[in-house]
Design a protein around this ligand. Structure first.
Ligand code: SF4
Length: 258
């Protein structure tokens, strides 16, 4: 296993050393979250690069809740390798990277459960003020692409599964927040996610997905043309999306004017 990690860190270094500003907006690497955003509205990326990120209450609340529910502490590479190599399931996240669809893609999943050096679960947390029941295309593809990258990085993903946990923000008490990640991880490992939904009726939905690299590769490839400069950005055809968008007042493509 020591050999695996030695080669792994070397390949990681080579990947990042290969940076050149070859993609749209002069980027060297494309974030998984940006590809996911393309599934909501590609023009949002144009606005983000032109106008900068616009803070919103929903984003701030979501980030604060992520930090509360999934607190992390930095560990060394050696500690990481030791932790995820244990048989007993362990919780540890790492930056993911790899080539897909002609792009160099990077990202950081919210949460990964490991055993014996294999990722067992990739978990994405999505907070909402509305109904957590639907699973949106951007959320599904984000989790799928994380799975694909873990596989491209050389991990054995034969037992990998994906979960997108949609949670109504502002509905958990302090104690519930403290034990949330252990509770969700335990439920996934014991295949008892329905129990979670029963415990949090109408407030939480756990969407389970099979790890299917081909679907993930297609999800990247269908959006790659934008980054490769082969086409211009598409924009939303949904007034509802534009109404909810933080750029609606300045976006030239907006279908909604406040
Ligand atoms: S306002 Fe509409 S078209 Fe413009 S970025 Fe937002 S969702 Fe896309």
């Amino acid at each position: 296993m020591a050999r695996f990690w030695e080669e792994f860190w070397k390949r990681e270094q080579e990947f990042f050393d290969s940076r050149k500003e070859e993609f749209r907006h002069g980027t060297s690497f494309v974030a998984v979250s940006s590809i996911a955003e393309q599934y909501y509205c590609e023009y949002k990326l144009e606005n983000e690069f032109a106008l900068g990120e616009v803070p919103t209450e929903a984003k701030d609340t979501g980030t604060a809740l992520h930090d509360e529910l999934m607190p992390t502490e930095a560990i060394s590479k050696e500690e990481f390798a030791e932790l995820v190599g244990r048989k007993e399931p362990s919780l540890a996240v790492l930056g993911v990277w790899g080539s897909a669809g002609g792009l160099k893609v990077i990202g950081t999943p919210d949460h990964v459960i490991w055993s014996e050096g294999r990722p067992l679960w990739v978990v994405e947390l999505k907070t909402t003020r509305g109904d957590p029941t639907p699973l949106w295309e951007d959320q599904e593809n984000q989790a799928r692409i994380y799975g694909l990258l873990l596989e491209r990085m050389g991990f054995d993903c034969s037992q990998l599964q994906l979960a997108v946990v949609r949670l109504k923000s502002g509905e958990l008490g302090a104690d519930e927040k403290k034990r949330w990640i252990a509770e969700v991880s335990g439920a996934l490992l014991e295949v008892k996610t329905t129990w979670l939904e029963v415990r949090h009726p109408g407030r939480m939905k756990v969407h389970l997905l099979k790890h299917e690299p081909t679907k993930a590769e297609k999800a990247v490839a269908s959006k790659a043309g934008y980054w490769l400069g082969e086409r211009e950005a598409t924009s939303s055809s949904s007034i509802g999306k534009c109404r909810a968008c933080e750029y609606c007042s300045s976006c030239p493509k907006s279908l909604f004017r406040p």
